[in-house]
Design a protein around this ligand. Structure first.
Ligand code: PBG
Ligand code: ZN
Length: 330
């Protein structure tokens, strides 16, 4: 029997077996899409689990170096480092301490590993006693005083050996301040990946346990973006590009796929997306309860982020994805 009288299309022809499905798949995750976030703490032999993020640890420097070797051996090209300092103060001065925790960590990694890109998160919330992302006057964050400190922090990370800096504070003018400071010191080859459209999101909860950066009062709504806004996100991204950002980031990722898509279409810059701690924790928790298939949802969530337009994804699943790729691809 032929079906030549039927005028509908048979999409299923290309779905009947896995060979053909693999051949026509439009979006495929690769290891080069991945950036793995890591948390470094003072001390020796520390490997402290983050309760709300199964499989994620606070690591002391020597354990961090070990972890970075494993990450590199898995074929993941880059890590992003977050430091939890020994001392926190009002002004977050450990952020630019040449012997601070991040600076020590970068030097230790660079001493042993030369084929892993080291990105550092540039913000003050991990370093301030009040947990806010900048210098305070009363309960307000002072914008221009803060960006001067962020520039110092960025320079200090690069002096220690960082390959790229990623400002996550959402102050105005910080990309320009950092670009100028880096260039002035002769670091014009160091790229800036800016957290350009970063929303005031409830999905950061678990991260604040991991980074010990929960604000002592109030929230971050005076600088991070309102969850309902997309036109404003495009203006933020445009401004960061003008100020010198080389890569722009949207954060969180999964709940903001529309923003990723628009940013990629409008500017065509390398675009990063951060699948944040809460997105990770929800998938982990449901998986551990047997309510979803964790591995499937991991791949599906990240494929969706890439399909939306992300060229690279910061994700706590990076190692699991790399292992999945090794297991499942020829
Ligand atoms: C620091 C920073 C945060 C995240 C990355 N950098 C937290 C925040 O803004 O409160 C969140 C990452 C995550 O939730 O995984 N400013
Ligand atoms: Zn911050």
């Amino acid at each position: 029997m032929t079906n030549k009288n039927f005028n509908f299309k048979r999409f299923r022809r290309l779905r009947y077996n896995s060979i053909i499905r693999d051949m026509v798949r439009e979006t495929v995750l690769t290891k080069n899409d991945l950036i793995y976030p890591l948390f470094v703490v003072p001390g020796k032999n520390v490997k402290k689990p983050v309760k709300s993020m199964p499989g994620v640890f606070q690591l002391s420097v020597e354990n961090l170096v070990k972890e970075c070797k494993e990450v590199r051996d898995l074929g993941i090209p880059a890590v992003i480092l977050f430091g939890i300092p020994e001392h926190k103060d009002e002004k977050g001065s450990d952020a630019y301490n040449p012997n601070g925790i991040i600076q020590q960590a970068i030097k230790a990694i660079k001493k042993e590993i030369n084929d892993l890109l080291i990105i550092t998160d540039v913000c003050l919330c991990e370093y301030t006693s009040h947990g806010h992302c900048g210098i305070l006057t009363g309960e307000d964050i002072l914008n221009d005083e803060t960006i001067a400190v962020l520039a110092k922090e960025a320079v200090s990370h690069v002096e220690a050996g960082a390959d790229m800096v990623a400002p996550s504070d959402m102050m105005d003018g910080r990309v320009l301040a950092i670009r100028k400071a880096l260039d002035y010191k002769g670091y014009e080859k160091i790229p800036i990946m800016s957290y350009a459209a970063k929303y005031a999101s409830g999905y950061y909860g678990p991260f604040r346990d991991a980074a010990e950066s929960t604000p002592a009062f109030g929230d971050r709504r005076s600088h991070q973006m309102d969850i309902g806004n997309i036109n404003e996100a495009l203006r933020e991204v445009e401004e960061d590009i003008e100020e010198g950002a080389d890569i722009v980031m949207v954060k969180p990722a999964g709940p903001y796929l529309d923003v990723i898509r628009k940013v990629k279409e409008k500017f065509g810059l390398p675009t990063a997306a951060y699948q944040v701690s809460g997105e990770f924790a929800m998938i982990k928790a449901a998986g551990q309860n047997g309510w979803i298939d964790e591995e499937r949802v991991m791949i599906e969530s990240l494929t969706a982020i890439k399909r939306a337009g992300a060229d690279m994804i910061l994700t706590y699943f990076a190692k699991d994805v790399a292992k999945w790729i090794d297991k499942n691809r020829k």
